[in-house]
Design a protein. Sequence first.
Length: 294
Amino acid sequence: MAPQSETVAILGIGTMGHGMAKSALRGGIPTIVWNLTAAPTRDLADMGAEVAETAADAAARAGIVITMVTDADAVLSVATEQGMLDALAPGAIWAQMSTIGVAGTERVVQLVEARRTDVLLLDAPVSGSKEPAEQGQLVIFASGPDDARARVTPVFDALGQRTIWVGPLGAGSRLKLVNNTLLAFTAEGVGASIALAHRLGVETETVIDALDGGPLVSSWESAKLQRIARGDFTPQFPLALALKDVHLALESVDAGRFESLASLAREWEHAVDQGLGDQDVTVVTRALEDPGGT
């Protein structure tokens, strides 16, 4: 029999947090949710989630607390200004699942070491976008103390198809940067190929017919090509967030050694400046087709 889960609090009900909360509820996990604005939590309440008025209230009533917000500053704000860290019970688990990079993760580790050594911190960012989050099909790159593994297994099993334990605190965030660097180049390859095709007078459908099912096109790329063909750039993974992760990768290494990644970042910055940042990462296709903006 699978172990019964402790109550989990999910703090940050954006696209990913909302999908993760749905998966937790579907998996029978007692779930508390909190967000700065209440609107994204309403349908989760209808599904059986408890909606907390404050992050501190959510954290005080949960054995496992997940943060899923945009960046390191937001994580630290939830932990300190919103009172989450002080509200955690001794022995509680804080699973930090936002993508915040190496330096951001070190800030979180330092905060916990300074203020709450009685809390078990996990660094566990995820691979996947809106649909995998909603379907419980994320891949979790988990790192941290071994004695937290059994306790978070029921929750992680509800959220993801696979959990990879990769070592001490910080290893999960390092692997996530590797993952998202490959994702960035793959998305750029899809977008640039279609933009080039259009410049050469080749239709998207012709490219799909020629390449789909072949060795160059993964299932992820195939799905993105189909969305591009429909002109559907609704955000699965917004370009602005993908760019944030590229910046996190470049900040963690000698950027001068990674000129192609730096060039990609500059191209995406231009697309975000055009107002495309809230659309799916594949919107780089439009940016390349229309350098003046759309």
